[in-house]
Design a protein around this ligand. Sequence first.
Ligand SMILES: Nc1ncnc2c1ncn2[C@@H]1O[C@H](COP(=O)(O)OP(=O)(O)OP(=O)(O)O)[C@@H](O)[C@H]1O
Length: 238
Amino acid sequence: MTLPALRFQHLVVRYGATPVLQDLNLTVQAGECLALVGLNGAGKTSLIKCLLDFIRPDGGSIAILGQPHQQPASRAPLGYLPESFKPPYYLKGGEFIRYCLRLQGLDYDTAAVLDMLAALDLPATALDQTVGQYSKGMTQKLGLAACLLARKRLYVLDEPMSGLDPKAHALLRRQLAALRDQGSTLFLTSHNLADVELLCDRLAILHAGQIRFCGTPQECRSQYGADTLEQAFLGCIA
Ligand SMILES: Nc1ncnc2c1ncn2[C@@H]1O[C@H](COP(=O)(O)OP(=O)(O)OP(=O)(O)O)[C@@H](O)[C@H]1O
């Protein structure tokens, strides 16, 4: 039997006395693309920070491909793009990608890097430009390029479309679909339900500290008697 890529069981997270996640359960199957959806402040980034061991949960457990998430080795197959990606401003784009690849024990393959930049519509000249001079969207594309070049089994992407123009947005969706088709698992957060509909096998709706719904977009519409995913989402959190 294939191990789930991620399993959150009875997860509890509090900031001080304020509960954010309360007995949350969620399984991400290997090879699927699952979007975590929820209102601002629902706790999506907090859940991802727990997964990466940036914050300690107050209860429950997380397994990455069957391994407890607190073991650093469990995170080796995982590529991560944070919600607010801020590379060191003084590095050039190429230096940053080289640095990220070296951290993963990978060589800098010029052809693969140029292909990835083209796939995300980031000009090759950005490799020689200091990151501090990048626009917001260029910075996001650099983070995505460095993350996706690591060729991981599992990607955790916190609002990957953030700041992208419509062309880059469409290109990234295509890139993520290709990764999924090649067998990678994608766990992403998104506020864009059109992306969820086009890209994701399933969505999980996080509300009031728990997963209120988890299933396919079609199941979501049908469960809430809605014509659109947006209506279904609103029905779910009502
Ligand atoms: N370090 C912190 N200390 C105290 N409260 C925090 C901290 N980080 C997040 N929170 C609170 O936890 C809740 C969940 O925040 P989180 O960033 O996880 O939400 P989110 O679903 O990712 O939101 P968004 O869609 O706006 O990015 C919010 O109420 C937020 O104010």
